[in-house]
Design a protein around this ligand. Sequence first.
Ligand code: PEP
Length: 259
Amino acid sequence: KFDRKPLIAGNWKMNMDHVQGITLLQKLAWTLSDARHDYARVEVAVFPPFTDLRGVQTLVNGDNLKLVYGAQDLSPHDSGAYTGDISGQFLAKLGCTYALVGHSERREIHGEADALLNEKLKAAYRHKLTPILCVGEGLEVRQAGSHVEHTLSQLRANAAGLDAEQAARLVIAYEPVWAIGTGEVAGPEDAQEMCAALRAEMAVLFDESVAAGVRLLYGGSVKAGNAAAILNERDVDGVLVGGASLDAGEFANIVRFEH
Ligand code: PEP
């Protein structure tokens, strides 16, 4: 399983201005360096607001930090009359490795639909950003028992038209909406159930080797106290952390999960 390098990703959402962001990142880097964290073994990524990215780039390059960073969203377009949007081209130039696509807050608050998210995934690949596609069901779907079908249908719609090479680089985050920011965490077996289903679906959509290599994350109220149990599930290759990523010590403890 750990041929797939675990990825611990911190989504800062709309928190931390560019000054606070630098302080948080410095604290995180110091904590991990004190703990002699091996970045070759467990990858660490942060997702600051757009306005922080230039400062993050300067700090990461200046101090030769091994952690990587990405954007919380990107435009489906590359440039032009799209006021307020941010191009993947700009994000690549700022040294971003990743871009989140289809976070539930984008789907819900901004009404981002599957066809748009498919365009955003393709935009990320055009600029050599690795997309982290977020999928997952709301509470009503979970209670109706159709969470697996719901989540797989998001994957099918969002990943339509990708080639096998792109699919092999895709990261998918299963984030049950009822567990995001609510303190309610899915059980490790729920995370495993969905990640296994997503992996099997990747084999159907692409092929076995794509499915075996694709990295699958769980997100939803992950903290240092519950991370290890989730991360030790067979098909879970990492976590996407919101609230707990704003505390350097807590996030560092998630990074240092035992396996
Ligand atoms: C998220 O924003 O992706 C998330 C999982 O948030 P939280 O950890 O706060 O539930």
